[in-house]
Design a protein around this ligand. Structure first.
Ligand code: SF4
Length: 389
């Protein structure tokens, strides 16, 4: 048996691969919940077995996990007893987390459901609202209206959730700057603790990709989408939500611990079909086919596929740099040295100087961070941090 190694921050991500209905833009792994009632029970049983097999050894090495994040898919597409049962298993196996987030679709929860989640230990809710305009919601295939989103928010507050995040999207078909301005106002009026914003990307294999190929997707122009981005990054901080990462805004003290762990490359266990994990420097993806996942967990066979083959130290270092640069505080030179045994200046000094001269990076007391302009052109800057190119 492995000896305890002392406290190490680590997290748990649990994937629930079911949704009531597929949204037109989404390529996440999820199956329609209505046709899979019996399978969902088997899935919860397999996930319980995976939790009990994988979590205790890491807890013995590193102590209780913090945080836990249950995403999807739509976790709340599961019947409440299945989801609360999973939460109870997680808490028993991993310890009581400081942050336990559940993603919820406003069209799937009511007061009783939210009360049961809170009672089972969930203390943070991430509501996928996307827009407060009913026509836009309909157009992207969401199952809820703006009023139902607000109702779900109020029900979550009444159930005792003191930490709620709202997701909003921009660049939607038919969306104007005024639509987005109204959605931001409606979201802020609810006073959530956290907001995440995503620009629409048309993913291969989705209904939107087919509509685009047929010339039937009325997307905003690039300039209009850029104006929407500018509106979000100006408006949300002005309303008290500090931008702590490229796409995430929070009131002070409500930054997502789960997200922070991901950007700082702390280890996390990915559990469930299609979940990804990162432990001991290795990344893997779990079996994505739901029946195969259930069968293999039952049989005790391996469900993990290592990601991108052999990972070199350089690949890890690059990834560390990209992820840290996504955050407002950027790369911490002391942490970089502690993790990689290399000096940030020696490895990236020339790149930092080049992009600082262009106004896309700035030197900070701790190291280097993207400027506002750099956040807009993040991918261009990240590419320059590739070491093996
Ligand atoms: S609810 Fe979320 S995961 Fe499910 S289809 Fe829509 S966007 Fe994708």
């Amino acid at each position: 048996m492995r000896r305890a190694e002392g406290r190490q921050t680590w997290g748990i991500y649990v994937h629930i691969p079911y949704c009531v209905k597929k949204c037109a833009y989404c390529d996440f792994v999820s199956a329609p919940s209505a046709q899979r009632g019996a399978e969902m029970e088997d899935y919860a049983a397999a996930l319980t077995a995976e939790i009990l097999r994988e979590v205790p050894p890491l807890r013995a090495r590193w102590g209780a996990a913090a945080p836990i994040y249950v995403g999807g898919g739509t976790p709340t597409a599961l019947p409440a007893p299945l989801l609360t049962g999973l939460l109870e298993t997680l808490r028993t196996a991993a310890g009581m987390p400081e942050e336990c987030t559940i993603e919820a679709n406003p069209g799937t929860v009511d007061a009783a459901y939210l009360g049961a989640l809170r009672a089972a230990g969930a203390n943070r809710l991430s509501l996928g609202v996307q827009s407060f305009d009913d026509a836009l919601l309909y157009g992207i295939g969401r199952i809820h209206t703006a009023a139902e989103a607000a109702q779900a928010f109020h029900a979550a507050r009444a159930a005792g959730f003191e930490n709620i995040s709202i997701d909003l999207m921009y660049g939607l078909p038919g969306q104007t700057l005024d639509h987005l301005r109204s959605s931001v106002a409606a979201a802020v009026a609810l006073a959530p603790e956290h907001l995440s914003v995503y620009g629409l990307t048309v993913e291969e294999g989705t209904p939107f990709a087919a509509m685009q190929a047929a010339g039937r997707l009325d997307l905003p122009t690039e300039d209009a989408a850029e104006e929407m981005y500018d509106l979000l990054v100006a408006e949300l901080p002005a309303r008290g939500y500090a931008r702590y990462e490229i796409a995430n805004f929070a009131r002070r003290g409500f930054e997502s611990r789960h997200n922070r762990g991901y950007w700082h490359m702390t280890p996390y266990l990915g559990l469930g079909a299609a979940a990804h994990g990162y432990v001991d420097g290795a990344r893997w993806a779990n079996e994505a086919d739901i029946p195969a996942y259930i069968r293999n967990v039952r049989a005790g066979t391996c469900i993990r596929t290592p990601e991108d083959g052999a990972r070199t130290r350089e690949r890890e270092m690059e990834e560390y740099a990209f992820l840290a640069l996504r955050t407002a505080e950027g790369i911490d030179a002391a942490d970089f040295h502690r993790r990689w045994g290399r000096d940030l200046e020696e490895v990236y000094g020339a790149v930092i100087a080049h992009y600082a001269a262009l106004g896309l990076l700035r030197r900070t007391a701790a190291g280097a961070a993207l400027t506002e302009a750099g956040m807009k052109l993040g991918n261009e800057v990240f590419a320059a941090f590739l070491l093996e190119a």
